[in-house]
Design a protein around this ligand. Sequence first.
Ligand code: ZN
Length: 391
Amino acid sequence: MASFELLAQDGLARAGQLTLNHGVVQTPIFMPVGTYGAVKGVSPSMLQAIGAQIVLGNTFHLWLRPALEVIAKHGGLHGFMNWQRPILTDSGGFQVWSLGALRKISEEGVAFSSPINGDKLFMAPEDSMRIQAALNSDIAMVFDECTPYPSSHADAATSMRLSLRWAARSRAAFNELKDPSVPNALFGIVQGGMYEDLRDESLEGLREIGFEGYAIGGLSVGEPKEDMLRILAHTAPKLPAHKPRYLMGVGTPEDLVEGVSSGIDMFDCVMPTRNARNGWLFTRNGDLKIRNARYRDDLLPIDPMCLCPVCQPEAHGDDRPPFTRSYLHHLQRIDEMLGASLSTVHNLFFYLQIMREMREAIQRSELQAWAATFKATRANGPVQETSHPHS
Ligand SMILES: [Zn+2]
């Protein structure tokens, strides 16, 4: 059985340690997204160098390509992608739901046409568990239906109750497939749209079934930020205290701070990786759009304060000077893949670094002060050449 140990609490925020089949994860943690078994443009050794402890893989996409038997030949997803630390896989529920007109949902599961070749396919909770078992995910997620936004109370209730029945079927199938000697975990997902009473009902039902961890799903699906924060603030503190808590698909650096402050332990989001590929860089002093003409001849690193291998190679035992904004601007403008790769390393490092800092601040009972400084500094805007202390 995966185990979770709470090490410190600061208000609602928690620092903990999650022990999984492929290693220990210090929480709170951000999980880089590796949809097709790769965090785009970043090698496993670089992920390890920047402190990634667990990555996310995508059940639906890996099932379609390269197909399960190929991954099974490698003994699972760890061997296939050559990543020996923990992996969490989503259930595929969100992806089949996202197919829109291509899918039909019934009590049994979801019928859909393959977005790759149009094949008629079917995914039920039992299929999702079978796939995640073949991937040998350290953490599998229950197969559920994401409630669309906006939804009426009645529609959100119907959807959430279907997800609960699927959660029970997921639990049963997971247990049947599970190798008792391997401590892989299954997490439940709280749904219920933007309605507090439905979120409570969902959580109650999931607790009755019993999971190794609990996630909040169905946020960041197009709702206004204040609705997201309202449901987060309502739901997070009610999740079982001695189990890991995971906020799915959220979000900006500020969202991570809100999440941790509300008692969330785990996060994933495509934002740092996807934005990096478009030249959107996160820094301590706000976001920097490297394609902007002002960076054409800017000799500063992305962020003079950042300790990542791009901004400060020396901190990683490499005696070269930092890559300049000017060079990254150039790489983005000519669509060179090295630009996407370096930018992704920087953004992921930033996300992982703020989680490390929050973890330490919680252990010193100083998260509130840390968060206030972080928010104020982020609002300053990127460091400019004239304001750089060494220029
Ligand atoms: Zn950096």
